[in-house]
Unconditional design. Sequence first.
Length: 452
Amino acid sequence: MRSQATTSNGNKPSNPKRNIKRAPPLPRKSLRSLSLHRAGDQLDNGAYVVLELIGTGAFGAVYRAVDRAGRIFAIKALFPAETETDPSAPSGHARTKQKSTRRTAWQRFAEEVALHSMVTDHPGVLTLHRTFISAGRAYLVLDFVGGGTLLSAITSQGLFWYDDEAITSAFLQLCDAVTHCHYRGIAHRDIKPDNVLVSSCGKRFFLADFGLATTEAQCDQFGAGSKHYKSPECLGTEVVGDTYDTHAADVFALGVVLVNLITGGYPWARAHSSDPNFLAFIHDPNHLQNTLPISPAAAALISRTLAPLPSARISLSDLRRETVQIRRWGLDDEDLVFASEAARNNVVEYARALNLNYKLPPAAPPRRPPPPQPLNLPTTVSSTSTTTTERSSAPQTPPSSSIGTPPPSTVAPVPGFTRPKIHRGGSFLRSIRKLGIWGASKSVLQAMPEPA
C-alpha cells in the first residue's frame, strides 16, 4: 500500500495546478468590441470593403461600405450568436413573467430579415437589398442614407426649428411608412427618431431597424421599445390586460415623435403614473398646451394621439388626415408673449441646444383682476314711492285721502257679458263698514257706472 506524502508539519502538499489563478472572462462589451470591423476589412469574400463604423446598438453595428462597382451601402452586422435575453420578453413585473423568451442572434436575424423584406418595397421604408453570413456572423445590406438620423436632425441640425412645412412633411412620410407596415400586418414596436433615417437633402425620411417588429396584433411580450416612446399598456403595469394592441402602441410612439419634431424635447420621461408630467396629463387634457410651446390645434391632436387608453387613441388614418389640416404646429413670438413660463423655457432650452442666437420676446405682465366696485344701492324704489327713512317718518294718513278718485275704466266691454247689478246696501255695505274701508269703497262705488 502506497503511503501518502506529507510535509514536515503533517499537512498534505498543495497541488500546484490548483493554485493557478485563471484570468477572469472578458465582459460582454469587450467581446462585442472585439467583434467590430475596422476600416479596410473585406466582407463577403471581398464583395464589400468597410469604410467606417456608423454606430452600434444593442444587437449589432452598422458600417458604411463600398462594393466592387463603387456603390455605397450600409451594412448591419449582428453580434456573435450568443444567447441573450430578449428585451421584449416579459420581465420586471410579477404579471409579466408568464413566459421566458430567450433568442439567439440567429433567431433575431431570421425574424428581422423576414419582416423587413415584407415592407421594403415602400418608399418610406429603408430598402433591404440582400443578406449574407460570413465567419459566423449575419449581415444585412441596406441603402446608405447620408443625412444621419432624425434624432440628429432635430437636436443638432435644427432642421425643424420654426418650420411648419418641414414638420408636416416628415411626419406624414413617417405615418405613411407605419401605415404600410400595419397594412402588411407588421407592428414596428420601436418607432423613435434614432430609427428614422434622413436623406442628404433633408427632404426624405426612411423607417429602419425592424429588430423588435412583430406580426402579432395582440402581444403578451411587454416592455418592447424605448423608454420615452413606450405606451402605458406596453409597460405592462398601467393598463390591466394580458395582452396589448401593438398597432395602437405604434400610434402612441408617433405622438411622442411629433412632440420631438415641434419642441425638440419629450412630453415626459415615461408614460407611467409615477411620472409627474404624465400624471398631470391624465388629470388635465390641457396639460400639454399649458407646458409645451405648441399651438392649440397641435395640442388637441397630440392629446388624442397620446391618450392613455388604447381605445380612446386616434386611429392612424385619422392621424394622417388631421395632420394635413394643421398649418401651425408651434407658437410664434406673439403667442410666446402670453405663453406659460414652462413653454417659454422649453423654447429657450431648444435654442440653446441648437446653438442659436435666439432672443425670447418679453413676457406680458400678469393680468390683475379689476378692483371690486362699490355696491350702489338705489335711494328710491320708484318715482311714486318714498324711501325707507321717509316712509317711517312720514305721518300715517287714512287710506281715503291718498287713494283719490280712480281713473275711468278703459277695459273694453266683452260682447255677450252682462255686468251684474250691485245693490248699494244690504250685506255688501255692512261688510265694508266692518272692515273699516268705507271711505275708500264709497269713492269706488260712486265712480262705477250704473248698469244699463
